[in-house]
Structures are given as structure tokens and as C-alpha cells.
Design a protein around this ligand. Structure first.
Ligand code: PLP
Length: 397
């Protein structure tokens, strides 16, 4: 390893907590709160509207986009930031469909994150030209790619099970069938070594509040393959995707870069927090992160299977077929997760019975993994979950 992991000291994480949910909401990076405070008090408070220029607010979306590009294997200028991932999915899909006007099928899988499928269904209804969304089981996607398919839209790492799609093979198959491909990297960016440019995929999208630690509501990102950019027709033709926003022209003229996939005013405070959060990746090799994540995940599987025979592994056993999370099915999964959280180990729960644990080597080490498995063993063996206070489901699980 070329870098020393973990880097827990770079985060503000309560000392008595083992945090295995960085796949859902990354923890607070040190310096993020001070940066937000500076942006709010000195820049907004002190410089007022001048800060768009004087504090570099206007340049921030591009700067942050380039930093994300480096983490996903994309060149400078190919990643735009802003909005939420749902919006970026919609934009990528709308642009991709325009690229294959003679085809009417969007192919995804039935394990995809609900919002990705909802956005596709909403877009289909809006266009109202007989488009169809096909959602085979994840393992059947490759066989379902045919010459009717306009766009293959997949999430690289399954949010429930951590199952990893083979990006290279599926991208190649999509292109061989003449389809455009969109990869959702929500659970990949900051977790896996990615080579988006090398994959030749047309589009990639992702969020920044999971493994990139940008904080709740942090802006999303969208990558468009550079050779396509100038032909992309933005469905959401917002003024900040215009070539010259402050020319205030009567008609939309898209920017001559991936910036045409921006929409409106950037969320400056969140972008600033994200900019600071991205500092933790300086000098980090994603191959080291991936290797450490596999070692931690494998250790967790071994420990939990030895200690908790009632839990059934719901993730691929083969680390190469798995992202950076491990899930176990358990009949009383929700209550067990609440009890576990009460005992200092934070993971989360996904319907119908999945206990989900994310492994983020920046701040989790082998000691944390063994300790978490020990506490989980106590929760299951002593039926600590079997308490009325753990049975009522909260709005966020
Ligand atoms: C987390 C996640 C989202 C969330 O979308 P938002 O618009 O940011 O709320 C969407 N898709 C996938 C695959 C995700 O994992």
C-alpha cells in the first residue's frame, strides 16, 4: 500500500461509534464546518453578492466537477455538478434517448434504486412516444440487451445487496447492440477504482453525500463523454447551462462543455462543504481503497457467519462481484439494526429484511470490524432486538 489507511483523524466521528453507514451518508470531514461557517459569515455575510466573483462562487461547480472527475477516471471538464442525483438521471436519460431516435426501449434492472426507475417512468410519460422500460433481474441484463434497446441505464453497485455489475462487459455489449449506456455511480464513486473514460460509457451520474462525504443534500454530478458533449440536447435548458448566462440572451445556447448539463444557481454552501470534503482524497490511490475495502468486507463476513448463524449473507461472497457494502438478511432485521445502533454500531436497514453495512477504509479498520461483529453477535444471541422500543419503524430506515 502506498498510503496509510485509515484516515479517521480527518473526520469528526463520535468516539463511541463504529460507523458502518458511510455508503448512505458519509461522516463529517474535519474542516467542513469551518468552511461552511466561513462561506456563510465572511463570504455571504461580508462580501454579499460580490462573492460570486470575489470568493470564486461562480467557478466552484467546475472546480468541484474536476475534482470528482479525477476520482472516477474522467478528464477535466467532463463532469458537471449540481441538483440531486434524481435530476441528473433524468437529464442523462433524456439526452441519451435523443441519441437513438429510432429506438423505444430503456433497459434497466428490477434491483435498481427506485428513484432511477421512477425518473425513467416519468420521462416516458412526459415524452409520450411509446417508450418502454424493461427491468429484468440484474443477472439477466446482459441477455436482455438487443437492437431494440436505445439506452441501458444501470446502477453499478446494487444498493441492497452490494452486487456489482460488470461495467466493462455490459458497456461493450450495449455498444455492440448500438445502445447508449448510463452508469449510476451512487455506490461506486469513492468506493471503487473507476475508469469511466476507459469504459467508453456515454454517461455516468452519481451523488456526493455517500462515499464522498459531502453532507446531507450535497450536489450530484453528471459525466458526459467528451466527444459527445457538443451534440447533447439538454432537456433541462437552465440558464447556468447556457454558454453565456449573463448575456441574458432571449434564446438558449448550450455551453460548449459538460457545463451544458448544469441547470440553475449552484448550492454554494453545500458545494463548499463538498470541496473541503474532497481534500481527504488527496494522495489516496483508489486501488488501495478498494483493496482495503475488500479485506474489511471479507473479514466482516467471516466474523458474522461464525458468530450469527441466523443471519444469511445477502451479498455476493466473491469480493470481485461486490461493491463496498455487505448485507445480511434477518427476519427481524429492522429491530436488530435499531438495537445494534443503540449499542454503538451504525448500519442501516432496507426492505424487506436487509441489514446493510458499508465499509469505508478511510475511517474503519480491522479492529472496528471485529468489534462490530461482536456487538452484533450479542444483539442476536441475547435477542436484544426483541424489545418493543425497537419495533416501530422511523421515516428513514
Ligand atoms: C442514493 C441514490 C439516489 C438518491 O437520489 P437523490 O436524488 O440524490 O435523492 C439515486 N439513485 C441511486 C442509485 C442511489 O443510490
Amino acid at each position: 500500500m502506498t498510503t496509510s489507511l485509515p484516515k479517521r483523524a480527518l473526520f469528526d466521528i463520535p468516539e463511541d461509534i463504529i460507523y458502518l453507514d458511510g455508503n448512505s451518508l458519509g461522516p463529517l470531514p474535519k474542516g467542513a464546518a469551518a468552511r461552511a461557517n466561513q462561506v456563510i459569515t465572511e463570504e455571504w455575510g461580508g462580501q454579499l453578492i460580490r462573492a460570486w466573483n470575489s470568493a470564486g462562487w461562480m467557478a466552484l461547480p467546475t472546480k468541484v466537477g474536476d475534482r470528482i472527475a479525477h476520482l472516477i477516471g474522467a478528464p477535466d471538464g467532463s463532469v458537471a455538478t449540481g441538483d440531486t442525483l434524481s435530476i441528473k438521471v433524468y437529464q442523462a436519460l433524456a439526452a441519451a434517448l435523443k441519441m437513438r431516435p429510432d429506438r423505444r426501449v430503456i433497459l434497466s434492472d428490477d434491483g435498481n434504486f427506485p428513484t432511477d426507475l421512477y425518473m425513467a417512468e416519468g420521462l416516458i410519460k412526459t415524452i409520450d412516444k411509446g417508450y418502454e422500460l424493461r427491468t429484468p433481474a440484474p443477472g439477466d441484463v446482459l441477455a436482455a440487451i438487443d437492437t431494440d434497446v436505445a439506452v441501458v441505464m444501470l446502477t453499478h453497485v446494487d444498493y441492497r445487496t452490494g452486487r456489482l455489475h460488470d461495467m466493462e462487459t455490459i458497456t461493450r455489449a450495449a455498444h455492440a447492440a448500438g445502445a447508449v449506456i448510463i452508469w449510476d455511480l451512487a455506490h461506486s464513486a469513492g468506493a471503487l477504482a473507476l475508469d469511466i473514460a476507459g469504459s467508453n460509457a456515454e454517461f455516468a451520474v452519481g451523488c456526493t453525500y455517500k462515499y464522498l462525504n459531502g453532507g446531507p443534500g450535497a450536489p450530484a454530478f453528471i459525466y458526459a463523454r467528451p466527444d459527445l458533449t457538443l451534440d447533447l440536447e439538454p432537456a433541462l435548458a437552465g440558464w447556468l447551462g447556457h454558454d453565456a448566462p449573463f448575456a441574458m440572451e432571449r434564446h438558449y445556447r448550450p455551453a460548449m462543455s459538460a457545463e451544458r448539463l448544469r441547470v440553475g444557481t449552484p448550492s454554494v454552501v453545500q458545494l463548499s462543504i463538498l470541496d473541503t470534503a474532497l481534500d481527504v482524497w488527496d494522495g489516496v490511490d483508489m486501488n488501495d481503497i478498494r483493496a482495503a475495502s475488500i479485506a474489511l468486507s471479507d473479514l466482516f463476513i467471516t466474523e458474522v457467519e461464525a458468530r450469527c448463524p441466523d443471519l444469511a449473507l445477502a451479498s455476493p461472497r466473491d469480493a470481485q462481484a461486490r461493491g463496498s457494502q455487505v448485507s445480511f438478511g434477518f427476519e427481524h432485521g429492522y429491530a436488530a439494526m435499531q438495537a445494534l445502533i443503540d449499542h454503538g454500531v451504525i448500519g442501516d436497514f432496507r426492505q424487506p429484511n436487509i441489514m446493510r453495512f458499508g465499509f469505508t477504509p478511510l475511517y474503519i479498520d480491522r479492529g472496528d470490524v471485529v468489534r462490530a461483529a461482536e456487538i452484533l453477535e450479542t444483539v442476536i444471541r441475547d435477542r436484544l432486538w426483541d424489545d418493543p422500543k425497537y419495533q416501530t419503524m422511523s421515516r428513514v430506515t
